[in-house]
Design a protein around this ligand. Sequence first.
Ligand SMILES: Cc1cc2nc3c(=O)[nH]c(=O)nc-3n(C[C@H](O)[C@H](O)[C@H](O)COP(=O)(O)O)c2cc1C
Length: 219
Amino acid sequence: MAAGARFSSPENQSVPLAAPGEFASLCIGPLSVWPPVVLAPMAGVTNLPFRSLCREYGAGLYVSEMITARAWLLGNRRTLLLASSGVDENPRSVQIYGTDPKDVGEMARGLVEQGVHHLDLNFGCPVPKVTRLGGGSAVPLKPRLLARILRATVKSAGAVPVTIKVRKGIDETLTTCFDRRRSCTRARPTGTRFESSSRALRSPCWAMATSGRASTRCA
Ligand SMILES: Cc1cc2nc3c(=O)[nH]c(=O)nc-3n(C[C@H](O)[C@H](O)[C@H](O)COP(=O)(O)O)c2cc1C
């Protein structure tokens, strides 16, 4: 079988394979991800068995589904199971969902103690049952809350990189991404790098907030 044929579908069989050196690793703070592919976190999908299957096709960064901080801290059995990882899962990446900076910070600390390699914060979920409670994409509507959650997480995370996942806004009339970029940058406690990798603001974009040298870059 020709190299790469295994991964060919009718849509991509004319796409040439990446040339050696064509892509660089994805660097998220101290974490280097190769290949530079991130699987989007998906509730009910990106659980441990699914991530293990994906890994068989090449390792990148596989983020867990969103895990509710309060339930995790209360030791909810199902939540703990959803947040669990394989013994050899590296990098281990967990997405935290919460609206209380204290809860989110505490969960971040707990995960770091467990040896997590990457933390992501969910500020993008548009599902009404989440936004009605002020969570997900409703958080950026409250810039001070956004900043407090981010600050608590980055502080607890130490050297572990923290990213945030946002969308352009809660809906077409309430776009928050550009204003909130400023809030996040200001929120850095000790020096936080904040980058957005979104080019077109069609879909949710990722931003990065890791401890380190302060800089801001617009996509
Ligand atoms: C079933 C499902 C569950 C999802 N769950 C999450 C989630 O837990 N956290 C999150 O940040 N995004 C979640 N998303 C959004 C995806 O991560 C992604 O941003 C979205 O599907 C858009 O990506 P696409 O343009 O490649 O389709 C979910 C999407 C789907 C379809």
